[in-house]
Design a protein around this ligand. Structure first.
Ligand code: ATP
Length: 218
């Protein structure tokens, strides 16, 4: 069966997340304390419920334990975020993702059982900064401390060379996962593939190795 999602807290992050999940064909229940917010999102998601998520009885009556994934996107009220995360985890939801305000908040979320903690503002800030200071970095996603996936325009010196000749792995310590050209994306790369002008590479590696192929904005 398809995974079912519950999003608790429908601020800017929760709203964008639940809307996208619905666009991707998923069933999504949204819980928010504000009646107005629930009204606004109710046409978009599968169910929208007004409830105080810190109230254990309300949460239990919503059958939250039947959901596969819960996203706790209450940010400003750290106490509420922690309480709800703990309750949801104790109800047995397998995957709990929580939004953090700062490092300490994140640390406590992990300690009480969050499976993943996200910092939307911080992550977006890093992505925009990378894009602003490098002329060839289009996107950058850090998926583990010090390791990222980067979308990068090819360097002039690579054009006309094959992947074997460029030898990214031993020259820079990074791996090419895919190559985009216009609307096409090639995910089954062979070593003889010859880099073309306007190709975009999706590469993975350690942040310090990835820096070797970034070119500063002049
Ligand atoms: P964003 O940056 O995503 O807009 P935020 O980090 O500023 O959000 P808040 O505004 O505190 O976070 O909360 C996000 C949403 O969570 C709001 O819509 C708010 O009504 C809802 N919320 C806050 N506390 C609770 C609660 N106890 N139960 C349910 N929803 C709550």
């Amino acid at each position: 069966m398809d995974k079912q999602f519950v999003v608790i807290g429908c601020g800017r992050f929760g709203e964008a997340l639940s809307t996208k999940l619905v666009e991707l064909g998923k069933e999504v229940m949204v819980v928010d304390i504000s009646e107005e917010i629930v009204q606004n999102i109710s046409q978009t998601v599968t169910y929208a419920v007004q409830a105080d998520a810190t109230d254990e009885n309300s949460i239990k009556s919503l059958g939250i334990s039947n959901f596969d994934v819960a996203v706790i996107s209450i940010g400003a009220n750290i106490q509420a975020s922690l309480l709800v995360t703990l309750m949801i985890k104790e109800l047995g939801v397998k995957k709990v993702i929580a939004k953090a305000q700062n490092e300490l908040h994140a640390k406590i979320l992990y300690k009480i059982g969050a499976d993943r903690v996200v910092f939307p503002e911080r992550e977006m800030g890093i992505r925009v900064a990378k894009n602003l200071v490098s002329k060839n970095v289009l996107d950058f996603i850090e998926f583990a401390p010090d390791y990222s996936v980067m979308e990068v325009l090819v360097l002039d010196e690579w054009i006309g060379q094959s992947l074997i000749e460029i030898d990214m792995r031993s020259r820079y310590g990074i791996n090419v996962m895919a190559i985009k050209h216009g609307d096409d994306i090639n995910i089954s790369l062979i070593g003889t593939y010859e880099i073309k002008k306007d190709d975009i590479l999706i590469v993975i590696g350690n942040n310090s190795d990835l820096q070797k192929i970034e070119r500063a904005e002049i």
